[in-house]
Ligand binder design. Structure first.
Ligand SMILES: Nc1ncnc2c1ncn2[C@@H]1O[C@H](COP(=O)(O)OP(=O)(O)OP(=O)(O)O)[C@@H](O)[C@H]1O
Ligand SMILES: [Mg+2]
Length: 244
């Protein structure tokens, strides 16, 4: 537990560059404006954020403050209206759709609030779906899926359908799916909001454990302050403006 800022030290030769191996995510002056009929909705005003290569950042803010928008931009799902987005060592700001989909496939994992498992596939198959897009052969993919399910305490549930799992178990399948392709950054959009407090804390503990064991960075969106002590650092967002 550590609320303080934990900047990873820079080596002299990477100072000043936007992309470096100590950074999982960098947003520079990111702005996002949605067009809604005749109106412009400014979801992000001027977001600056750096997430270290093994850092867990909690992103906390009220409904409508821009949290999902920020995650979608960080995860190469949405393009910013202005500003710069660097994921790992790649500046993705100018990337086209095919390059963005490669970033989504190779570099980032997503765990959404609505767990989004494919209902007619088993837990194991839900993990393997991710790999269909990847480069591993089938047996290596299956071994990885089974290893992840085992680590997440789901070894005996691998052949269950989502409807045969509890809420917490489904959330763990979603976490396993996000880790399938060994991303350097995982974005969690309110991973515990559908769970009761006790289960929510268990899932947060698991997320922290999995991220730290792998040296993977994470942004965890929550509006539950109780969940923030599982992060290394808390960033608040209000009306599209970030504050440490
Ligand atoms: N596709 C869209 N078109 C127009 N406006 C949008 C769109 N998506 C989001 N918004 C608006 O942008 C703002 C930020 O939305 P966002 O979904 O990022 O908020 P949030 O912090 O994730 O909220 P919540 O906690 O309710 O999930 C809100 O005012 C929302 O209404
Ligand atoms: Mg949201």
């Amino acid at each position: 537990m550590n609320h303080g800022r934990r900047d990873t030290p820079h080596t002299p030769d990477d100072q000043g560059t936007a992309a470096d191996s100590h950074t999982a995510l960098r947003l520079e002056a990111v702005r996002k404006v949605y067009r809604l009929g005749d109106d412009d909705v400014v979801a992000l005003h001027h977001a600056d954020l750096r997430v270290g290569a093994d850092e867990i950042v909690a992103l906390v803010g009220p409904s409508g403050s821009g949290k999902t928008t920020l995650c979608s931009i960080a995860g190469a799902i949405l393009s910013p209206t202005a500003g710069r987005v660097v994921v790992g060592e790649q500046d993705i700001t100018e990337f086209g759709e095919s390059e963005l989909s490669r970033v989504r496939r190779e570099s980032v994992g997503f765990v959404f609030q609505a767990v989004n498992l494919v209902p007619f596939l088993t837990a194991r198959e839900n993990l393997l779906v991710i790999d269909e897009l990847g480069s591993r052969n089938r047996s290596a993919a299956r071994a990885r899926a089974d290893q992840l399910l085992d680590e997440l305490g789901l070894a005996d549930r691998a052949s269950n359908l989502p409807s045969q799992l509890s809420g917490g178990q489904r959330q763990r399948v979603a976490i396993g799916r996000a880790l399938m392709n060994e991303p350097s950054l995982v974005l969690f959009d309110e991973p515990t909001s559908a769970l009761d407090t006790q289960l929510g804390e268990k899932v947060m503990e698991l997320i922290r454990h999995e991220m730290k064991a792998r040296g993977t960075a994470a942004v965890i969106v929550t509006h539950d302050e109780r969940m923030t002590h599982y992060a290394d650092r808390v960033v608040h967002i209000t009306d599209g403006v970030l504050a440490a």
